[in-house]
Design a protein. Structure first.
Length: 421
């Protein structure tokens, strides 16, 4: 009998003991890292629950494997399975060249309305890093996943659409600052109040549930006042309106300090958890990228729009060792739908070599287990992965950057994690 994860009336996932979860092994190195990762997942669930719980894996097709089998990059049956079973996990997928789907990942996020791209960034002791103190990086990024540049509204110069839009801007809205109108392409950046609020609401709820010290709204509102600036303003208004008893805004903190005559602190860890509340603050995107290098300990949960989130998540991943060890998820907290995924590309020239690092996919599976509230299994994997890296038994990417390391194949790396569970 198929057991299906569902969303309960209380807004919480209802997870049976033997849930069916679809997976896409992915293109390029996808099959290698999936074979390694799934063994780790199964071993951890078995060890944590002694056979009382088990995931029933259901393969569905997308990407090159789907195209070679059916002529479709994203078969309808795959999308139907993702909708039916709520949770799924996938390896990296090829972006089709030429016509058709612009991006398989974007298509999934739009179709399932996965409005949160969740990217936790943390350091594992022993991982090679360009940073002096990478252990200070411990952030969770909530990146808006359906608006901004992901809406895909753009028109190439010379097309009838671009010409029509140019005429509208100049004739109807009296726009004067298009410097080279004859050769200008256009992109439209939609940012809604509803889209902003649901993203920031999810981030605040996460910060409260996980007792994180602060939430920072990262934006470029000094330039784009009615999109990025509105995102910031809507976020503050939401925080006060819906979470007033659980959060403290930076302005409130400044006012309190001025009244008491104390200097306003700038280091988050000295001012966090004010009266048990979460500090809500904001940062201009370019300044945040600087501060994330200089004072990463001052930030914990980040809420931002799509393009900023893209830059930030990859930049922070580099600080802790690269996207090879950075997990990701795309989630709709209202419907329960979630797709967990490796955050790196397909690396086709390394396909079938059994050499690549599966950590991104393994840690994405940890995120999935945490989302399911199977936290014992998730913690076993996290600890075992950390121990394996500390023991310097690593794949080629880390091996080339570490002294006295032991080179492991992808499958051997998984074996070592399982031994360390």
């Amino acid at each position: 009998m198929t057991e299906i994860i569902s969303m309960g009336m209380n807004g919480k996932l209802q997870v049976p003991n033997n849930p069916t979860i679809p997976y896409i092994e992915g293109d390029g190195i996808g099959p290698d890292i999936w074979k390694a990762s799934v063994r780790v997942f199964d071993a951890a669930v078995q060890k944590a629950y002694g056979g009382e719980k088990k995931i029933v894996w259901l393969e569905v097709l997308a990407g090159e494997k789907a195209f070679n089998n059916s002529g479709e990059w994203m078969p309808e049956a795959t999308m139907d399975a993702f909708k039916k079973y709520l949770l799924s996990i996938k390896g990296p997928l090829t972006t089709p060249v030429g016509g058709g789907i612009r991006s398989l990942n974007v298509a999934l996020r739009q179709e399932l309305d996965l409005y949160v791209c969740l990217r936790p960034i943390r350091y594992f002791e022993g991982v090679p890093s360009p940073m002096w103190q990478p252990e200070k990086v411990n952030m969770v990024i909530f990146r808006e996943n359906t608006e901004d540049i992901y809406a895909g509204i753009e028109y190439m110069t010379g097309t009838p659409e671009a010409t029509k839009l140019l005429q509208f801007l100049q004739d109807e809205l009296h726009v004067k600052n298009i410097r080279f109108p004859a050769t200008t392409s256009f992109g439209i950046k939609p940012v809604s109040k509803e889209g902003s609020e649901r993203l920031i609401r999810s981030a605040i709820e996460y910060a409260i549930a996980n007792k994180m010290p602060s939430l920072t709204i990262v934006h470029k509102g000094n330039i784009m006042k009615f999109t990025e600036g509105a995102f910031k303003n809507w976020g503050y208004e939401l925080a006060v309106r819906e979470f007033g008893g659980e959060v403290y805004t930076w302005n409130q903190w400044e006012a309190t300090k001025k009244e008491s005559g104390e200097a306003v602190a700038n280091e988050e860890m000295r001012i966090s958890n004010i009266g048990g509340k979460i500090l809500i603050k904001d940062a201009i995107a370019d300044n945040f990228l600087q501060q994330a290098l200089l004072s990463p300990q001052d930030y914990s949960v980040i809420a931002t729009l799509n393009l900023n989130g893209d830059y930030i998540s990859d930049a922070l991943a580099a600080q802790v060792g690269g996207i090879g060890i950075a997990p990701g998820a795309n989630i709709n907290y209202l419907t329960g739908h979630a797709v967990f995924e490796a955050t790196h590309g397909t690396a086709p020239r390394f396909a079938n070599t059994n050499t690549m690092n599966p950590s991104s996919l393994i840690l994405s599976g940890v995120m999935m287990l945490e989302y399911m509230e199977w936290k014992d299994a998730a913690e076993l994997i996290t600890n075992a992965l950390g121990k394996t890296i500390r023991n310097k038994k690593v794949t080629i990417d880390f091996y080339n950057l570490m002294k006295e390391a032991i080179l492991m194949k992808t499958s051997e790396f998984a074996d070592e994690i399982i031994r360390n569970l």
